[in-house]
Design a protein around this ligand. Structure first.
Ligand code: NI
Length: 259
């Protein structure tokens, strides 16, 4: 039986400092088979590299989140590029993108680094993990202009309407579904799940953030993913096991993992 693939985590976060070892060691006995730890700052990228070396079942993505670009240097870019090229367990560039919810005044700089990191992913022939919040139009316009369909990837923690999902699906992208889909007043998430073909959905936590109902507001972890799998199972009218099996295959395919 295949286990759960958590396609987007931040286990380097300080929220896990007290019990990281214990929690990570408990994942496999709780049905979590693979985890991708996603870099957001240069510091978290370095920690991600340490984690993939330490744990068999943890893979990593390196990239700079739109809210972490302020002090990015050329050395940082060189390091990410070299590490991503050299390290077999680094499977994507991310998370990268645009965030106009937290920061809008530096939109020009966000766009610059988004474009530059898409270009890097294309050169390295690696998929991208896209973070896009309240920036649907600019995100899509940049992906189109940069021919981001050539590297492929996922729009993680998808927060837009079905019509937007259709555009990313047309570009060959996957849609990341996590805890926020269970929140009340999030009818559009149900519509996006119903609309997205099963072979294009990835399960993700974005932990420590976005714990699903009934744990909303608490620290999230991969252990909560069965709740999200059940939500998808109900909407798609397939078993939880089928959701877990298909989303695991999807993630392996997208990340190019030969396991
Ligand atoms: Ni994230």
């Amino acid at each position: 039986m295949s286990g759960i693939f958590d396609s987007h985590t931040h286990y380097d976060d300080a929220a896990f400092d007290e019990d990281r070892e214990e929690l990570l060691s408990s994942l496999s006995s709780n049905g979590i088979q693979y985890v991708v730890n996603v870099g957001a700052s240069i510091e978290s990228c370095r920690k991600t590299v340490e984690m993939v070396e330490k744990y068999d079942y943890i893979y990593g993505a390196l990239g700079i989140h739109p809210c972490e670009i302020a002090n990015l240097t050329e050395e940082d870019y060189s390091w990410i590029r070299e590490e991503a090229a050299r390290n077999d367990k680094i499977v994507a560039i991310g998370e990268i993108g645009l965030d106009y919810y937290w920061e809008k005044e530096n939109a020009a700089n966000q766009k610059h680094h988004f474009e530059r990191q898409i270009a890097m992913a294309k050169e390295l022939n690696m998929p991208v993990i896209i973070h896009s919040r309240e920036a649907a139009k600019d995100t899509y316009d940049i992906m189109k202009a940069m021919h981001a369909e050539e590297c492929g990837g996922v729009v993680h923690c998808f927060s837009y309407h079905r019509e937007e999902a259709a555009k990313y699906l047309d570009m060959g992208y996957y849609i990341g579904i996590g805890g926020s889909s269970t929140f009340k007043n999030n009818a559009k998430a149900g519509e996006v799940i119903a609309y997205t073909p099963m072979d294009r959905i990835l399960l993700e936590t974005d932990c420590p953030y976005l714990a699903p109902v009934p744990h909303r507001g608490k620290r999230n972890s991969s252990l909560n993913l069965p709740i999200v799998a059940d939500l998808i199972s109900g909407i798609k009218n397939i078993s939880r096991e089928e959701v877990i099996r298909v989303t695991c295959e999807n993630a392996k395919r997208m990340y190019g993992m030969e396991v």
